[in-house]
Design a protein around this ligand. Sequence first.
Ligand code: GLY
Length: 414
Amino acid sequence: MRTKFFISTFLLTVFVLLISCTSEKPKDIIAENFDFAEQQLLYAVDLTDEAIKNDTRDSLAKANRPLVSPRTMGEDGSLVMVPARDWTSGFFPGELWFMYEYTKDPKWEELAVRFTSPLESQKLNKGTHDLGFMIYNSFGNGLRLSQKTNYSEIIMDAARSLASRYKPGAKVIRSWDHNRDKWQCPVIIDNMMNLELLFRAFKESGDSTFYTIAVNHANTTMENHFRNDYGTWHVIDYDTITGEVLHRNTHQGYADESTWSRGEAWALYGYTMTYRETKDETYLTHAQNIADFIFSHPNLPEDLIPYWDYNAPEIPNEPRDVSAATVTASALYELSLYGGEKADEYKKWADTIIENLTNNYRATLHSDAGFLLLHSTGAKSLNSEIDVPLVYADYYFLEALLRKSKIENKQSLF
Ligand code: GLY
């Protein structure tokens, strides 16, 4: 009897040991994605260096507007590069800073510095509102992670350039200079993202002008860019003297009265960030209402990766916009820290987005021009960049993964 007992106990132990050795450990989605990103971004750096070397533009273009960063993939699978003045030039250096933040490997810091430096040429560019994307995502992350003192001066110069576009009569920062026959002072919802540069300049210098401009822009945008359901108009045109709203239009969305998905994501991120910088609960409530719009929308697909516009006419046969999903996920991680009855849901929605992107939207290693994610849409209304990888989708994907990691390890996000 005893022998039988020992034999069965022995067999059971062997069985349990076998099971525990062969069953896979649960996959760490953050580590796995950064592992992929490490390999894919080194490949992207090689492709980028090659594209810069083989630039076929004329010598004047090469001298005046050297190519600095990848933006998307062409139809033939080639890398589409941009000069420093393109609004997307800061995202690739930003990704390299995120890799340094995650790995602490000096190799990534060196690469980040190399791809950040050429963007200094834009610090005095007063012809764009996108200096936040260009300078803050590159030099701003660099300052946060490596304390380079000249980065602080560059950020201050860029903030002064951005502030030069402020129109005190309308209390907004002008977005675009094009289409002057159509708009007097166009402001796009995207512009909320560039306020982070001004908040940083206020903290660097103590000059409250930057803070006031940022808060005024956020307040005017809150008043005029949102419908009753918290969906957004993309472009609001202002009279610069009286502040009167002249037009409500779209540029990258389906229609003037539709809600362009990435615009809504910029709004969510922008008001969450504005709450962080001001601690004014009005912005928090606003961000929560924007999240409600997105996550109760009947046209949001089950996997939470939106179509390019919430009112696109051929849904479900419309392209997705992964960039809207990554911006949303990153914003939701931050929003989940600020309480409210849906705080846990914000984290769960962000986790679901990350999981679905990882499983179903990721690029192929050492292919897809070195991008991390597929299926973004730049501007379907302009027949541009439809269902392609986009560098800003990847940037906010890595930022979201870092935020998830910090939250789960009980570290501060900033
Ligand atoms: N800020 C430009 C865009 O989102 O396409």
